[in-house]
Write a protein that binds this ligand. Structure first.
Ligand code: NAI
Length: 339
């Protein structure tokens, strides 16, 4: 590639020494799949985050355009674009946080599992790059099916000898964002005041909202519980069908990913009590990976929180979720071990 494709843009506020606003050292963040439906708005939101000092935008297509566009925003982060596999290593070298929304999204009639073959290959290649170029970076994995791509990433890192479960997080924030919104509609309050823990995994019945633990606490009727659970589990399909062939959730997903990345950076900065839900290596159940509330800190994932008391409805849901999750996790592990 001609060197001009490896661009560097400095915004009006951008400083040569990559410092975040206020003089605190900022974080170096790479987005892999930055030109996609999620990648573009996510690139914009990360460019707006004052904790980011350097933003690397990588994709196999169109990253120069996205980079030029985002770089004109007069915020602090320096933006650089990287195009195609030969530039992956430069995109990753020195990064603190790598966010991966690369892959193909669901089309109507497709399940997340249909995406498996294509996205598994993409995630493998990108994680091999992470293991080689920034083995200490925190990875936020968005590419679906998350229930399988996270175990794949773990296997890739194990093979490379760089695996640290504290640094690999599957992004399930969109399930929480949706749950907060849908519950707020029922309660008639601002969604920012609502907190719904969503545990399990990130596909269909593995998405388990714990409505018995909603803050502010509320006694839902059993009809409300079953309707809300169903809507939260199928929120992705609601968007896929409404978009009618034009992809899956991108804007709400970018918002959710930016929220999660911000929480990771606040944890890395030493902020106390940063709690989010994520799909991580876990001992909360007998499964090796499980989504639940986690505490984020200086080393990434610092604590996986216990599930807390579950209702009868949630206990039944948990058993069903675990069955499906076990199969999805196994699929990811075998994909690498048998390859
Ligand atoms: P998209 O097709 O609009 O964008 C994907 C981008 O990845 C494209 O720009 C493509 O060029 C790029 N890409 C493909 N192969 C690549 C490679 N080897 N290296 C770098 N970039 C590569 O898809 P969209 O809508 O942005 O979705 C991306 C992924 O996120 C999909 O797997 C989708 O299922 C998943 N997703 C995850 C959610 C979650 O909650 N975790 C929610 C919504 C979507």
């Amino acid at each position: 590639r001609p060197p001009t494709l490896q661009m560097e843009h400095r915004s009006f506020l951008g400083q040569q020494n990559c410092r975040a606003k206020g003089g605190a050292p900022g974080f170096k963040v790479a987005i892999l799949g930055a030109a996609g439906g999620i990648g573009q708005p996510l690139s914009m939101l990360m460019k707006m985050n004052p904790l980011v000092s350097l933003l690397h935008l990588y994709d196999v297509v169109n990253s120069p355009g996205v980079t030029a566009d985002v770089s004109h925003m007069d915020t602090g982060a320096v933006v650089r674009g990287f195009l195609g596999q030969p530039q992956l290593e430069n995109a990753l070298t020195g990064m603190d946080l790598v966010i991966i929304p690369a892959g193909v999204p669901r089309k109507p009639g497709m399940t997340r599992d249909d995406l498996f073959k294509i996205n598994a290959g993409i995630v493998t290649t990108l994680c091999e790059g992470v293991a080689k170029c920034c083995p200490n970076a925190i990875v936020n994995l968005i590419s679906n099916p998350v229930n399988t791509t996270v175990p794949i990433a773990a296997e890739v890192f194990k093979k490379a000898g760089t695996y640290d479960p504290k640094r690999l997080l599957g992004v399930t924030t969109l399930d929480v964002v949706r749950a907060n919104t849908f519950v707020a509609e029922v309660l008639g309050i601002d969604p920012r005041e609502v907190n719904v823990p969503v545990v399990g995994g990130h596909a269909g019945i593995t998405i388990l909202p714990l409505l018995s633990q909603v803050k502010p606490s509320f006694s839902f009727t059993s009809e409300e519980i079953s309707r809300l659970t169903d809507r939260i589990q199928n929120g992705g399909t609601e968007v896929v069908e409404a978009k009618a062939g034009a992809g899956s959730a991108t804007l709400s997903m970018a918002f959710a990913a930016a929220k999660f990345a911000d929480a990771c950076m606040r944890g890395l900065s030493g902020d106390a009590g940063v709690i989010e839900c994520a799909f991580v290596a876990s001992e909360v159940t007998e499964l090796p990976f499980f989504a639940s509330k986690v505490r984020l800190g200086r080393s990434g994932l610092e604590e996986v929180c216990a599930l807390g008391p579950l209702s009868e409805y949630e206990r039944t849901g948990l058993e069903k979720a675990k069955k499906e999750l076990a199969a999805s996790i196994h699929k990811g592990v075998s994909f690498i071990r048998n390859s």
